[in-house]
Design a protein around this ligand. Structure first.
Ligand code: XMP
Length: 475
């Protein structure tokens, strides 16, 4: 046994010292960062792989805002892959494989496909992929006799505006505008469908210029996998669905299980970056990097819904965990993600200043419209539910735990309610605005400059209370 001589610090133990600043407006600062080597984010914020935080809706909104969502793994592998596909299909430069149906399908069946595939329009093709027409929600809205066929209601080929493969977005925009239509099928000389450009995709590109996208103009998305048997197959389905980054999700990432799984995933899916974690020490970072991880997630027990430290006595206060992990990660040339304990933008700035390239946020986002789950009313106020993934209810609801004895579970998380906060976009605006202000207080234009210039000062308990509103009655 030994005892460390230096204190473990967390966000509330410190402040950043203001520096002389050349920054004239916080708009001049950049929040761009590196998620993993080769993938950058316009904002350093990632939504957590928790079942009350990130499924496709959150992931789409996060990527559009310039961040990223990690789809949680507490569902079947097939459903998780479908969630990934939904994000990858949400936006495109060109839809390479548009949804198609045959002309002899009933309109009722086509309507079901539209809902299932979450699309407002289907291309109608023959068995040789030749375009016969387009069927949109408008065509089927009032078709309620149940017997009509797609061919009866579609807009036929001779009335469609099409363009050849290779049409640029600027050309497509002009064609769509001239014809006042929303969909432009790309057709080769034999009349076969080679792609689709939609007005929605063009508008979205203008609306979200900072979006996190891949080379084909599709939103990026990450997804979590565990270490148990079957998780390699899960990873396979996710990769097939087009996932951009895999996240190895295990509470004690500095374990032989996690190291071995990191090695296996990196070998089998070498082309897909892997974020591994969670760890809280330099040794943890080094072992996972050595096993092949391309970025490391840091945080043992700082989360709002975590009781790991209470139950096991283990953990490292988050600011110290970030500093020690960042030192090891810098040597290895990999980025780290500070995961857990973020309550406000000031915590994000401190985490970045301490060496993280980005932060992961759970419960703060669980209260938003885009998180899974319903709004509940309590005493006239609106809330949503959040829960630790090692909480009793989350553990019991897992498929493979159906026969578990409740008494045998030792929860390391809790279930809680968080105030409903509307769209995550509003929250992101506040967080990113706070980070930009933080950069300017440090005299930094970029996160790298913040890290180079940052100087922390430890606070006394009196300093902590002075840092919050005091001696006033809040309205
Ligand atoms: P915040 O504070 O943003 O933290 O809500 C989110 C992170 O907490 C971790 N997490 C857990 N940790 N027991 C734990 O000890 C749990 O049941 C649990 N569930 C989530 C996780 O790293 C998440 O991103």
């Amino acid at each position: 046994m030994r005892i460390r001589q230096h204190e473990g610090l967390t966000f509330d133990d410190v402040l950043l010292m203001p520096h002389r600043s050349p920054v004239q407006s916080r708009r001049d600062t950049s929040t761009a960062t590196e998620l993993v080597p080769g993938i950058s984010l316009a904002i350093p914020i990632i939504s957590a792989n928790m079942d009350t935080v990130t499924e496709s809706e959150m992931a789409i909104t996060m990527a559009r805002a310039g961040g990223l969502g990690v789809i949680h793994r507490f569902m079947s592998a097939e459903r998780q892959a479908a969630e990934v596909r939904r994000v990858k299909r949400a936006e495109n430069l060109v839809v390479e494989k548009p949804f198609t149906v045959g002309p002899d399908l009933t309109v009722d069946a086509a309507r079901v496909r539209m809902v299932e595939w979450d699309t407002g329009g289907l291309l109608v093709t023959d068995s040789d992929n030749r375009l016969l027409g387009i069927l949109t929600t408008r065509d089927v809205l009032f078709a309620d006799d149940g017997v009509a066929l797609v061919r009866d209601l579609m807009t036929p080929r001779d009335r469609l505006i099409t363009a050849p493969p290779g049409t640029t977005l600027t050309e497509a925009r002009a064609i769509l505008h001239r014809a006042r239509v929303e969909k432009l099928p790309l057709i080769d000389e034999e009349g076969r469908v080679r792609g689709l450009i939609t007005s929605k995709d063009i508008v979205k590109r203008q609306q979200f210029p900072e979006a996190t996208k891949d080379r084909k103009g599709r939103l990026r998305v990450a997804a979590a996998v565990g270490v148990k048997a079957g998780e390699q197959e899960r990873a396979g389905l996710l990769v097939e669905a087009g996932v951009d980054v895999l996240v190895l999700d295990i509470a004690h990432g500095h374990s032989d299980n996690a190291i071995e799984m990191t090695r296996r995933l990196c070998q089998e899916f070498a082309a897909v970056p892997l974020i591994a974690g969670n760890v809280a020490t330099g040794d943890g970072v080094r072992d996972l990097v050595e096993a092949g991880a391309t970025a490391i997630k840091v945080g043992v027990g700082p989360g709002s819904i975590c009781v790991t430290r209470v139950v096991t006595g283990f953990g490292v206060p988050q600011l110290t965990a970030i500093m020690e992990s960042a030192a090891a990660a810098r040597e290895a040339g990999v980025p780290i993600i500070a995961d857990g304990g973020i309550r406000a933008s000031g915590d994000v700035v401190k985490a970045l200043a301490a060496g993280a390239q980005s932060v992961m946020i759970g419960s703060l986002f669980a209260g938003t419209r885009e998180s899974p789950g319903r709004i509940v009313q309590r005493h006239g106020r609106r809330y949503k539910v959040t829960r630790g993934m090692a909480s009793l209810s989350a553990t019991m609801s897992r498929q493979d735990n159906a026969d578990l004895d409740w008494n045998s579970i030792v929860p390391e998380g809790v279930e809680a309610m968080v105030p409903y906060r509307g769209s995550v976009n509003e929250l992101l605006m506040q967080l990113v605005g706070g980070v930009r202000s933080g950069l300017s207080y440090c005299g930094a234009y970029t996160i790298a400059e913040l890290q180079a210039n940052a100087e922390f000062i430890k606070m006394s308990p009196a300093g902590v209370s002075e840092s919050k509103p005091h001696d006033v009655e809040l309205v």
